[in-house]
Unconditional design. Structure first.
Length: 421
């Protein structure tokens, strides 16, 4: 793979020896799928990424309005796998977090002293993440991109998985990973059930340019219809995630630019001075999804294909990164020990490691949204008292900061900034 160029779809090979062509095949070349591919390839495994979109169409040169929060532990992983050098100049550190409730003088402020004077995380435009991942992939000789292409069907066999592509070609691997997002066809083909519900809320995403510096502070303001996040970007800009009732979304999306900007200014307040909306708006329905299992015969499910949670804490992508770190550690360890990396014994370690963590965080974000998207006076009184209590407790603040930074629990090596040994 040449720098700036990409591998064409492969011709079919026959493996007379019975050895699969690849250690791992990944269906889905988005941010989770490509990060997993780079992590596995950096550990020496041979990887194929199958994606429906040509890379050139993924790499937008202009800002499309979308950005992601990268927790500190996720940053350490991205740096360890050789990706961060491509985006370091475009990343905005999140130095502090401030949580407040409309109409209350009480708040929680998580500052430098609560995070050992290290960032809570970083904000990165999605276009920079995608380009950085492709640039890192171009350096890895054992990573092949097959695009545009999709998986038509697959069959888990004794010594590998046979993967039929939509073009009629076929490849083989020891393990197939579904990283296609919430509407994963591989998860459905495997008969993996999901628990799902909707929130009757939508997230509206936009970007503002503001007059006063944001000082690297991320704000989460709670309104009766849902949270309103103001997330710092480079160059006096911020990414907004405006959660509102689904019935209001079409009206807000159709506001003329000047009306939308006035509404945004009112929501933001005056601490950033005058604001100007830049770039397009996006909206998406908010829902919850949790797969009942994360594995099948020679199949592992990661990222949004395995779980989708409310964006109230900005942890959606980071949950996918935690999946990646755990799966890379499990597979790299199995390879070192001479095990079959696609065996049920190996995959069960990944599922045991990740599902409990994902279910727990999904329940926490679900509960927080229900608590704060509620204007009942007794509930409002109780949550405001809680904000004041947390703000006065160093121990509680450190607990919440560890969750925001992704440094809680049993961490895989990558989330510590180390390659698996």
């Amino acid at each position: 793979m040449k720098a700036g160029g990409y591998v064409k779809p492969m011709t079919e090979k026959t493996a007379k020896s019975g050895k699969p062509q690849f250690d791992v095949a990944i269906s889905g070349g988005g941010m989770v799928g490509m990060t997993l591919a780079c992590g596995l390839a950096a550990c020496g495994l041979s990887v194929a990424v199958i994606d429906a979109v040509r890379p050139q169409t993924q790499l937008a040169k202009t800002f499309d309005g979308r950005a992601s929060a990268i927790a500190f532990a996720s940053y350490r992983m991205l740096d360890a796998i050789g990706f961060w050098k491509f985006v370091a100049g475009d990343a905005q550190p999140i130095e502090q977090i401030r949580v407040s409730d409309k109409g209350s003088f009480l708040f929680v402020h998580f500052g430098d002293e609560d995070s050992a004077n290290k960032p809570m995380g970083y904000m990165l435009e999605n276009r920079h993440i995608r380009k950085g991942l492709y640039d890192r992939a171009a350096e890895l000789k054992n990573l092949k991109l097959i695009a545009p292409e999709t998986v038509q069907s697959f069959e888990g066999l004794e010594n590998g998985v046979s993967i039929n592509l939509a073009s009629g070609k076929k490849i083989t691997a020891s393990l197939l990973v579904a990283a296609e997002g919430r509407n994963s066809s591989l998860r459905d083909q495997a008969g993996i059930a999901t628990n799902e519900w909707t929130y009757d809320q939508s997230g509206i995403v936009a970007t503002i340019k503001h007059e006063l510096p944001h000082l690297g502070i991320a704000h989460e303001k709670f309104f009766p219809e849902g949270p309103f996040a103001i997330l710092p970007l480079t160059k006096n800009r911020a990414s907004l995630v405006w959660t509102t009732k689904t019935k209001f979304t079409p009206m807000i999306m159709e506001f003329p630019d000047d009306v939308f900007e006035r509404e945004v200014q009112e929501k933001v307040g005056d601490f950033l001075g005058n604001v100007k909306v830049t770039g397009p708006r996006w909206s998406y329905p908010l829902s919850f999804l949790m797969a009942e299992r994360y594995t099948d015969k020679r199949l592992a499910v990661v990222g949004d294909a395995a779980h989708g949670i409310h964006p109230i804490a900005g942890q959606g992508l980071n949950l996918g990164f935690r999946d990646i770190a755990a799966l890379v550690e499990v597979l790299a360890g199995a390879r070192r020990n001479g095990e079959d990396i696609g065996s049920s014994q190996v995959l069960s370690r990944y599922e045991k490691w990740r599902r409990t963590d994902n279910v727990m965080l999904g329940a926490i974000t679900d509960g927080l949204n229900r608590l704060f998207s509620n204007s009942a006076p007794p509930i409002k009184l109780a949550r405001n008292a809680g904000l004041g209590l947390v703000n006065k407790s160093p121990e509680m603040k450190k607990f919440f900061v560890s969750h925001a930074r992704g440094t809680f629990g049993k961490l895989p090596s990558l989330l510590k900034g180390e390659m698996p040994l």
